[in-house]
Design a protein around this ligand. Structure first.
Ligand code: GN1
Ligand code: MG
Length: 378
């Protein structure tokens, strides 16, 4: 995607920023969206995050933005009621300048939340939270504890949220649906890679039944559904300079699902001693110490609200989500790398292998993980 500075400025000016826009620069390594930081000067000068939302991945950007508005408004009320800072402890969506909106946009209940440009790309903006720190990797137990506390608090703030949310990506963490996509991808063999991937495909096939068993507990209501973030990796949390959680960001995938997935996805990210795409598999594994710290932080916020079945499957959710991630990276490799941005041709395969190594490590430590959950759920 190539937009000139002039075009970017015209897009940013559709949003109701304070101050005059003086700079727009790309930010961060997101796999899905393109992100920019926008600086303004003059009265009310501040920074904003401008994002091109990937509408190939999020087919319903208006529905997604509506979810974000509903969820952030709910949290904002809680933050204000508790005497917190609503500009730092929850994301603030920047709405459109009314004078830039067409009549059709005004009639659309989400029309104030995004701008669709002449190329059909969708843009949205929010306020940048000053003085916030993000981490790509959790390197201390304290950071893990704090992250767990942050996601736990996010779920707690939304525990009384009852408005139905739009399902903006169909079956996002639904493994039954993923298997349908998987079978199709294998049959299609779009990039002619299937023959060379028999070992990796076996990793997926051999665990299918246990994953479906877990998901059937969600389908039959044994495990409840709640508002979930669905992408709880550590880089999606803003910390302050003292290492406390400010707020959870990247609310694109906020939907209704099992809160276990948020736990499992966080464990996948926080406890990995290596990188998600580590080429050196010796680096990769789950740190039980980090698992313990995250679990303690998370359950400090959630233990009184979670049901017995949620507690029972908490440790399993780390296996579930890590497995799903192995499947998703491998499926994208099989498809010829159409979903995730890749930096080199084998990138998705490297990610697959690294996440599989992590899965094995989680499986090996599963009994100890269950004991830790029991201890902190008491
Ligand atoms: C994607 O784009 P990003 O980094 O927020 C993906 C997550 C994956 C993650 C793997 C909408 O998240 O589900 O776990 O990459 N988001 C979507 O790093 O597919
Ligand atoms: Mg995300």
């Amino acid at each position: 995607m190539n937009y000139s500075q002039e075009e970017m400025l015209a897009i940013a000016q559709k949003f109701d920023t304070t101050g005059n826009i003086v700079e727009i620069k790309p930010l961060g390594p997101g796999f899905i969206n393109d992100t920019f930081i926008v600086k303004t000067k003059g009265e009310g000068a501040r920074k904003y995050i401008l994002q091109r939302k990937n509408h190939l991945i999020f087919p319903d950007v208006p529905g997604m933005m509506k979810n974000i508005e509903l969820v952030t408004e709910h949290i904002r009320k809680k933050v204000i009621a508790e005497g917190g800072d609503p500009l730092r402890e929850v994301l603030t969506v920047t709405v459109r300048k009314p004078e830039t909106m067409s009549e059709t946009e005004k009639a659309d209940p989400s029309g104030h939340l995004y701008y669709k440009d002449a190329n059909g790309n969708f843009w949205a903006m929010c306020i940048f939270i000053e003085g916030s720190v993000t981490y790509e990797k959790a390197d201390t137990p304290r950071l893990c504890y704090k992250g767990g506390e942050g996601i736990g608090k996010f779920q707690a703030q939304l525990s009384d949220f009852t408005t139905p949310l739009n399902e903006t990506i169909k079956g996002f963490h639904n493994i039954r649906w993923r298997f349908e996509q998987w079978d199709e991808a294998i049959a299609r063999d779009a990039a002619g890679r299937v023959a060379g991937l028999q070992e990796e495909i076996g990793w997926i096939e051999s665990r299918k039944d246990e994953m479906l068993d877990f998901w059937s507990k969600v389908e039959d209501g044994t495990i409840p559904t709640r508002v979930t973030h669905n992408d709880t990796k550590i880089s999606n949390i803003l910390f302050d300079d003292k290492g406390n959680v400010l707020c959870v960001i990247d609310l694109d995938t906020c939907m209704s699902s099992t809160s276990l997935n948020d736990f499992g996805d966080a464990i996948r990210s926080y406890t990995n001693t290596g990188a998600e795409d580590d080429r050196n598999l010796d680096n990769v594994g789950m740190s039980l110490e980090m698992f313990s710290a995250y679990t303690q932080g998370y359950l400090s916020q959630r233990k009184s609200n979670l049901t017995d079945s949620e507690i029972e499957y908490l440790a399993f959710s780390a296996r579930y989500i890590t497995y799903e991630q192995v499947l998703r990276f491998l499926m994208d490799y099989i498809d010829g790398d159409t979903y995730y941005k890749t930096a080199y041709p084998e990138h998705n395969l490297v990610r697959t292998r690294a996440q599989y190594k992590l899965l094995r490590s989680i499986e090996d430590q599963y009994e100890a993980m269950k004991d830790i959950v029991k201890e902190y759920a008491r």
